[in-house]
Design a protein. Sequence first.
Length: 318
Amino acid sequence: MNLLFVLDPLAKLKAYKDSSVAMMRALAKRGHDLYACEIGELLAIGNETGSEAAAIARKIAVSDDNAHWYREEALAKMPLVAFNAVMMRKDPPFDMEYVYATYVLEMAERAGVAVFNKPQRVRDFNEKAAILRFPQYIPPTLVTRQPAALQAFIDEHCDTILKPLDGMGGASVFRVRADDPNRNVIIETLNKFGAYSVMAQRFIPAVRDGDKRVLIIGGKVVPYALARIPKPGETRGNLAAGGEGVAMPLTERETGIAEALAPVLWEQGLLIVGLDVIGGFLTEVNVTSPTCFVEIAEQTGFDVAGLLAERLEELAVG
């Protein structure tokens, strides 16, 4: 297969832990041809004869050497119909440039190209608010632009988490207690006096045991989670915030959540999904560029990237 990955700049990827790099390595070992571009290199071209999606794509060869993990072999403008699949793996923020990129990728879809994750569903599934589709699994949650509603939620639940809807890696996530002297300024900072929506959730003490990343690949549940354990004095377990990643088998509750959501998410065209589960509660549904492939594989031997490659091959045959 010819496969295009839409990514952040290749030179900035940390090959020793990057999930997209792990995917590309697994696919290369199976003989597939790899190309990469950034969202700024996607093109939508139209005239009176029609329109097409294209990319300024670089063909790359990858290796297991983390210091020099890729080599650029060619650079050319290519129509997206030249690829068997396009993998959208750009990290958030999910801003308007990200949205515009999904419009170009939808043009490729209409021309018959498989695009993962499906562009429309990436727009539909805000990684924070999407949990409200599955209320039976979530903690008490509120999404609002109303400062007074956020204040009332904090008063009701006493110990809460407040976060923006467009962040990643634990950025701007606050733990706010009812007696916190800074609660007003935290709400003002996140909410901008009613200009931005904020998610509030009841604080889950079990986060001390890990904010667990549960992966679903093509409707199949990976049997291990990565528990991202907060460092001392921290609430956030995100690896980007200094959390320690410890792989462990899924609990019965985590398995139940993942197996219930897996067919629903796969039906929506979401090939790679990362559920965040804390203390048995679903807290996020990550669909832009879910990670933790490498950590799970290194600690358990389960080849997550290999599973991804297998699912892509099955889809191509199908």
